[in-house]
Ligand binder design. Structure first.
Ligand SMILES: [Cu+2]
Length: 136
């Protein structure tokens, strides 16, 4: 039985690695906007997600330009205290946000559907931590 398991283990590893390495091309993941098949010449904007790292003591990058319909994903990376991503100025008609972030609440996504310039801060580390999102 031991021998059998020993023989099986490498086979499992090979399977696990190969299933990661070789994409199943004919089965695209559902609900992933980055995997739509787009016809040649199609200039339609597909929604994308841009990453902003939240760490001691900055948002990185601190200025992000996106298109309307895109999402910004704030990703907590470091900090003994809680950081926040907190809007301070948004275009008319757009909604504000205020989210604490720490090692447990490490992801916050905000979708931007109103064009204009958004300013935000980390409340405990203002004015060191500020950021701008430009939606075109
Ligand atoms: Cu902070």
């Amino acid at each position: 039985m031991r021998k059998f398991l020993k023989a099986l283990l490498p086979a499992c590893l090979v399977f696990a690695i190969s299933s990661c390495t070789f994409d199943t091309i004919d089965v695209p993941p559902p609900h992933d906007p980055n995997h739509h098949h787009v016809a040649c010449g199609d200039t339609t904007h597909l929604p994308t997600t841009k990453i902003v790292i939240v760490k001691n003591y900055e948002f990185m990058p601190d200025t992000v330009s996106i298109s309307s319909g895109d999402t910004v994903r704030f990703v907590w990376q470091s900090g003994a205290d809680v950081h926040t991503t907190t809007s301070t100025a948004v275009p008319s008609g757009a909604s504000n946000w205020d989210k604490p972030m720490d090692a447990t609440n490490c992801i916050y996504e905000h979708k931007f559907t109103t064009t204009g310039t958004y300013s935000y801060k980390c409340t405990p580390h203002f004015p060191a931590m500020v950021g701008t999102i430009i939606v075109q």
